[in-house]
Design a protein around this ligand. Structure first.
Ligand SMILES: [Zn+2]
Ligand SMILES: [Zn+2]
Length: 290
């Protein structure tokens, strides 16, 4: 449920040019108004599962994107059932979109390429079919070995870009192999963003070695029984996964409204197990990589 301090689930992942939404709970579009996230720049929406706190904001967001002159195509990825629900909702409410909306119903184990990124989908364990995503950014070009280039007598200029982007380059009639003057490519950052779940093997597979893991922690450890009853994880469980999967950073989300006003105790409990943790608040931003 939303509280005055915390809305339901909605996360934006900003890439070089595009933005993705991961889940779009009710009033996500209202919260976006307080951020730099622009609906027309959203190229994909990834839905972890069809519980209302993760999808009830979708019809409104998609319609507003159209009203704000969003004309570029958008791909919506979600579990089975999302197409039927959304198409019926749009039809019954007479909603019209001025852009191409492609709805992809994924299955456990699927892999997609979207905006140059590779996304792997795996089923988690919840009271309702729920999934997580492992998102891998493309490799980055190596850095220019400036001293070595200067030693050839080449002054800085547009040729530096040519050296980084082409296999060979020419200078004063001689041809050089670019790879001698650029470091090896660097692996892009990897993040895992998981839907609602209890601890399960697929969560660990998706999270292994990622730079950032976004994981739910609906309850504190004292309410572990409730967590199990409702198909959710606790602070300690999320942090334990972060530790065993050797992730760089943990960001916990989906905090129960019952902990309102107890932020400090909540953060402390997560960090007891995994110190490099953050508890997401609305409008919290985190930069992955450099
Ligand atoms: Zn759920
Ligand atoms: Zn939920």
């Amino acid at each position: 449920m939303p509280s005055k301090q915390r809305n339901v689930s909605g996360l934006a992942l900003t890439l070089a040019k595009q933005t993705w939404l991961i889940d779009c709970g009710e009033a996500t579009q209202h919260q976006m108004l307080h951020t730099k996230v622009k609906p027309r720049k959203v190229s994909a929406v990834w839905v972890t599962h069809l519980h209302g706190d993760h999808v009830f904001g979708l019809p409104g967001f998609l319609s507003t994107r159209s009203a704000l002159d969003g004309s570029s195509p958008l791909t919506l990825y979600g579990p089975k059932g999302i197409k039927k629900w959304l198409e019926l909702t749009m039809k019954v409410t007479g909603s019209y979109l001025g852009y191409d909306l492609t709805i992809v119903e994924y299955e456990d184990g699927d892999t997609f390429e979207q905006d140059g990124h590779i996304v792997t989908v795996r089923r988690l364990e919840h009271r309702f079919p729920s999934y997580g995503f492992r998102i891998e950014a493309p490799e980055r070009p190596g850095a220019l070995l400036v001293e070595k280039v200067k030693a050839l007598g080449i002054p800085s200029g547009p040729i530096y870009r040519t050296i980084k982007q082409s296999d060979t380059f020419e200078f004063e009639g001689k041809t050089y192999a670019s790879k001698e003057y650029v470091t090896d490519t660097v692996a892009g950052p990897v993040v895992a963003i998981l839907g609602d779940t209890v601890p399960c093997p697929n969560a660990a597979i998706l999270a292994t070695g990622v730079d950032v893991l976004v994981h739910e922690a609906t309850f504190m450890q004292a309410e572990a029984k409730l967590a199990r009853q409702y198909g959710h994880s606790t602070t300690v469980e999320a942090a334990t996964l972060a530790k065993t999967a050797q992730v760089g950073r943990l960001i916990v989300t989906h905090i129960s409204a019952r902990y309102q006003g107890r932020d400090e105790a909540f953060v402390d409990e997560v960090r007891t197990v995994f110190p490099d943790s953050h508890v997401a608040t609305d409008f919290f931003e985190f930069t992955v990589g450099d």
